[in-house]
Design a protein around this ligand. Sequence first.
Ligand code: ADP
Ligand code: MG
Length: 204
Amino acid sequence: MSNLSSESYTDAPVALGTADSSMATPTIQATGVEKWYDNNFHVLRGVDLTVNKGEVVVIMGPSGSGKSTFIRTFNALEPYQKGSIVIDGIELSHDLKNIEAIRREVGMVFQQFNLFPHLSVLQNVTLAPIWVRRWPKAQAEEVALQLLERVGILEQANKFPGQLSGGQQQRVAIAAPWRCSPRSCCLMNRPRPWIRRWCARCWM
Ligand SMILES: Nc1ncnc2c1ncn2[C@@H]1O[C@H](COP(=O)(O)OP(=O)(O)O)[C@@H](O)[C@H]1O
Ligand SMILES: [Mg+2]
């Protein structure tokens, strides 16, 4: 993956978004990001990306071009070797404090949903507010139930992920990153059409 804005690099992903340079505060500022996997595979080659507050940006590219790898670097799920990533003014360095601060602000909807199968829907959605934000259980549950209602699965709150359809699991996965608002940004790996429509409504 290289140079997101380059049109000459036909195999590389491109970023499409609601670019508006008048919005001055970048939420994500990636500059010259380079990453090699352990086997010396050079997967990210000097990637630059700026996402301003309120922008919705889509990263598109062929399978295997590095889209997932790139967005995983934003919350330190993948280390990178060169360049810099700054999220909401916090430099993503090896400093654990910075990493924890960024992870508190960056929500992520994984491609495979990543729900805990032994926890109910409600427990999945309240896990982070209770353990990361230290919210009281009652407050976390109140917010979680509101979110589940917004994504249309309130009546599934006490079921386990294995008892839900794929579409319902997606809805839990999208409720989860919003569970500890406010958030700087939300990364979505392959959002489905209904998620895109729902988010567009939320962000308008
Ligand atoms: N943990 C890993 N170790 C080595 N290579 C990996 C690893 N994860 C992904 N890759 C390789 O990195 C490339 C980019 O993968 P990925 O970021 O998942 O692509 P995309 O999301 O664009 O389909 C692929 O060639 C993939 O095989
Ligand atoms: Mg991918």
